[in-house]
Design a protein around this ligand. Structure first.
Ligand SMILES: [Zn+2]
Ligand SMILES: [Zn+2]
Length: 170
């Protein structure tokens, strides 16, 4: 019987407590417990936030394994970020930045391979500020494809920039 205000179960609950309470022997399933825990965490938390919590639980991660410094880096935890980096618009943006910078790393001013284009204002920040939740919204976001927000860097300099950023965030 569903628990509804006014029905028999509800009246029982009003008059009983402790061992007499109809929910006393109720065992929550593992799934319910997980759901309740997630509800407690709040809906506002992004997957990124949750993964941060997971990292905290696992202990402090090695800095070298974080963010773009990691070989496993695929544009952060967000699937939107991954879709952005995989789409034609991103490749077009890379090309525009390369051409403007004459394919030269703007940090060490050498023409090294491989090359990256770094978002001066980070993709994750743009996504957050513009509340982008899918690739269609991302494509429409002018800020994301602003060539002035891109800078051509060689892989080594790109890593250095992110390493500095992580140290500053400490
Ligand atoms: Zn460089
Ligand atoms: Zn970067």
């Amino acid at each position: 019987m569903p628990f509804q205000k006014g029905n028999k179960l509800w009246r029982l609950a009003q008059h009983s407590s402790g061992k007499k309470h109809p929910m006393y022997n109720h065992q929550y399933s593992q799934e319910t417990i997980t759901k309740m825990r997630l509800a407690k965490l709040g809906k506002k938390q992004s997957p990124e936030h949750i993964s941060k919590r997971v990292m905290q639980l696992k202990g402090r991660p090695n800095l070298k394994n974080r963010g773009e410094l990691s070989g496993r880096w695929k544009g952060g935890t967000s699937s939107v970020t991954q879709s952005i980096r995989a789409c034609w618009k991103y490749k077009e943006w890379l090309l525009k930045c390369y051409q403007r910078d004459n394919y030269i790393c703007q940090n060490c001013l050498k023409n090294k391979h491989p090359k990256d284009v770094h978002h001066i204002k980070l993709v994750k920040d743009i996504i957050k500020e513009n509340r982008i939740s899918n690739i269609e919204e991302a494509i429409l976001c002018k800020e994301l494809w602003d060539v002035d927000n891109g800078i051509t860097l060689c892989r080594g300099c790109h890593y250095k920039i992110h390493y500095k950023r992580i140290q500053n965030e400490k």
